[in-house]
Structure formats: structure tokens, C-alpha cells
Design a protein around this ligand. Structure first.
Ligand SMILES: [Zn+2]
Ligand SMILES: [Zn+2]
Length: 144
């Protein structure tokens, strides 16, 4: 459940990210997918994010497997990603992650939103979102 009583909303589980992203984008039909570690199935990650270039890499906190999400691999060489510490509890570097896809009428993805939840204090947020200006997007979507 999302707790809206504090300045920064919190969620008690990763599931809350879906609802939070739909509220954040104002899009009830937002297509939300979970980011799960391909190696161990874990769902908590350290994040390296470049908000200017819109690039994000996740690293599983359980087994260390890294993945550069979606189409960020195309620009990763030019990115200057920084490890993100939660700005609310100021201690945690571990997050649950989901991605939200806004789709065009033909089903292709138009916009990507990253939804993150601090696993320590539960704070919900979105470190970044970006526009997709090419089609098709099938391959990009599956890289989560
Ligand atoms: Zn893992
Ligand atoms: Zn936190």
C-alpha cells in the first residue's frame, strides 16, 4: 500500500511502484513491467543513472549481475552515470525497479518511465523518463 501521509510517498512492497507510476504519469493504461535479475531472480538493485543522457544500469545486490536497461546500451559509452543513494533515508543504495511504457496507437512504446522504490525506507520515485522516437520497439522493451 502507498502511504501518502509524508512528504515523499512510500510503499511497503515493490508492487506499489505500479500504482505510483500510474499516478505519477496520470496514465491508467500505463504498461508496467518488473525488473528482475536474469541470473538469480532477485529484485533489488543498485542504480547507476545519468539523468542528462537518460541512461540507467542496474546491478543486482544479491549476485552482482549488471544490466544496462532498455535502449541505454546505445548511448552508454557517452553517459556519465552516478551511483544513486536514496535522498530521503540517505543511507540506502538499494531499490526495487519497474519500468512503465506509454504506448502509441500501434502498440509501440512512445515514452519510458523508470519507477524506483528504496528498499530501506520505501520512498517511491522516478529517477528518469525518456522519449522513444523510433519503431519497432519490441527488442528494446524486452531488455529489462
Ligand atoms: Zn542477481
Ligand atoms: Zn531510502
Amino acid at each position: 500500500m502507498i502511504d501518502k501521509s509524508k512528504k515523499y510517498w512510500t510503499g511497503d512492497s515493490a508492487k506499489d511502484i505500479s500504482e505510483w507510476l500510474r499516478l505519477y504519469t496520470g496514465d491508467d493504461s500505463l504498461d508496467v513491467k518488473s525488473v528482475i535479475c536474469h541470473t538469480c531472480g532477485g529484485d533489488s538493485f543498485e542504480l547507476r543513472v545519468d539523468q542528462n543522457e537518460s541512461a540507467i544500469q542496474v546491478k543486482c545486490t544479491a549476485c552482482g549481475t549488471k544490466n544496462i536497461l532498455l535502449d541505454c546500451g546505445d548511448i552508454w559509452a557517452d553517459a556519465k552515470p552516478r551511483l544513486r543513494k536514496c535522498s530521503v533515508c540517505k543511507t540506502s543504495k538499494s531499490y526495487n525497479i519497474k519500468v512503465g511504457f506509454v504506448r502509441r496507437e500501434n502498440g509501440c512504446v512512445k515514452w519510458v518511465y523508470i519507477g524506483n522504490r528504496c528498499t530501506e525506507c520505501g520512498t517511491l520515485g522516478s529517477y528518469l523518463d525518456w522519449k522513444i522516437d523510433y519503431e519497432p520497439t519490441d527488442e528494446m522493451e524486452q531488455n529489462i
